[in-house]
Design a protein around this ligand. Structure first.
Ligand SMILES: C[S@@+](CC[C@H](N)C(=O)[O-])C[C@H]1O[C@@H](n2cnc3c(N)ncnc32)[C@H](O)[C@@H]1O
Length: 270
C-alpha cells in the first residue's frame, strides 16, 4: 500500500488535501491514498462544489460534526453503482463453462465470494446462477466497505428498474412481489450472507472456489490493485477461479499464480 507521507502522487494536491485525507481516514476508516490519486481528488472537488464547501479544512470539519454529511460522503465515495448480471455475456460464460468446472471439482460445499458486492445485485446473481446450474451445496458471501450498501443487500428488495436485467423466468422463480418491489426469495437468501470487509485492510477469507471482484479495482491505485489481486489469488483454493470486471483484464496473470481460462476469468494454478 502507498505511504501517504512519501506519496509523490499526492504532493501536487497540497497540505490541506493531505490533512483532509488523514481526517477522512479517521472518520470513515477509508484510506483515500489507496485510490487513484487524481481521480479521487477530482471527485472530492466536484463533491465540494456541489455542496458549497469552500475548502478541504471546512470539508473535514463538516464530516466531523455532521453524521448525515459523513454518511452521504461515504456513499458518494464508494461509487456503488451495480446491476444484476452486469455484462450478461460474461455471466453466461460463468454459468455454462465455469460453474460446471467448479461443480466437477467440488468435494464439499462450494464457496463463492462477491467482493465489492454493492447493494447485493452481484451476490444474488451468483447465487441464482449456482441455484440454476448445480445440485451442490453452495454458500455465497457478499462483502463491501459501505454499510449502507450492505443494509440494502441484506434487505434484498429491488425496484423494477433495479431488477430490469434479471431474465423474466428467473424473476418469476427467485423473487416475489411486495407492492412495487421485487424481493429475493428465501431459497436464495438462505445461501447468501453479507458482511463488511475492506479489501485494502481487512483479513481475507480463504479456500474460495470462486471470487467475483468486478468494477472495484478500477478505482484503486496501481500498487493497491496489485496488492489486492495478490491477496484475492491467495484466497482461492488451488484450481479456484477469479471473475473480474469487463475492463479489468489481468495482463500479467502468471505473477499472481493465475492463468486465464476465458476472458476475465482466471484460475489459480498453485
Ligand atoms: C462500482 S461498485 C461495483 C459493484 C459490483 N461489483 C458490480 O460490478 O456491479 C464498487 C463497490 O466497491 C466497493 N468498494 C470500494 N472500495 C472498497 C474497498 N476498499 N473494499 C471493499 N469494497 C470497496 C464500493 O462500496 C462499491 O459498492
Amino acid at each position: 500500500m502507498s505511504d501517504p507521507v512519501n506519496s509523490t502522487e499526492l504532493y501536487p494536491f497540497g497540505a490541506d488535501y493531505l490533512y483532509f485525507c488523514t481526517k477522512a481516514a479517521e472518520l470513515t476508516g477509508i484510506n483515500l491514498h489507496n485510490y487513484k490519486g487524481k481521480q479521487m481528488y477530482r471527485r472530492l472537488v466536484n463533491y465540494m462544489n456541489r455542496r458549497n464547501i469552500p475548502d478541504f479544512a471546512t470539508f473535514a470539519l463538516r464530516l466531523q460534526r455532521d453524521p448525515d454529511e459523513l454518511s452521504r460522503f461515504v456513499d458518494y465515495l464508494t461509487i456503488n453503482v451495480s446491476e444484476f448480471f452486469r455484462n450478461r455475456e460474461h455471466w453466461e460464460v460463468l454459468a455454462e463453462k465455469v460453474v460446471p468446472l467448479l461443480v466437477d471439482q467440488a468435494k464439499w460445499r462450494i464457496r463463492v465470494w462477491s467482493a465489492g458486492s454493492a447493494a447485493g445485485q452481484e451476490t444474488y446473481s451468483a447465487a441464482i446462477t449456482f441455484a440454476e446450474r448445480s445440485l451442490n451445496d453452495v454458500f455465497v458471501l457478499g462483502t463491501d466497505i459501505d454499510e449502507m450498501s450492505l443494509s440494502k443487500a441484506r434487505a434484498g428488495k429491488y425496484t423494477a428498474s433495479e431488477a430490469k436485467n434479471v431474465p423474466q423466468h428467473l424473476l418469476d422463480k427467485y423473487f416475489r412481489k411486495e407492492d412495487d418491489l421485487y424481493v429475493v426469495k428465501d431459497s436464495i437468501r438462505q445461501i447468501v450472507s453479507f458482511r463488511r470487509h475492506d479489501l485494502l485492510s481487512s483479513e481475507y477469507p480463504g479456500n474460495m472456489d470462486l471470487i467475483i471482484c468486478r468494477n472495484v479495482l478500477i478505482y484503486f491505485s496501481e500498487q493497491s490493485k496489485r496488492d489486492v489481486i495478490t491477496r484475492l489469488s491467495a484466497s482461492l483454493r488451488s484450481g479456484g477461479v477469479l471473475f473480474m470486471g469487463a475492463t479489468e483484464a489481468i495482463f500479467n496473470a502468471k505473477d499472481y499464480d493465475l492463468t486465464q481460462i476465458f476472458p476475465f476469468f482466471y484460475r489459480r494454478t498453485l
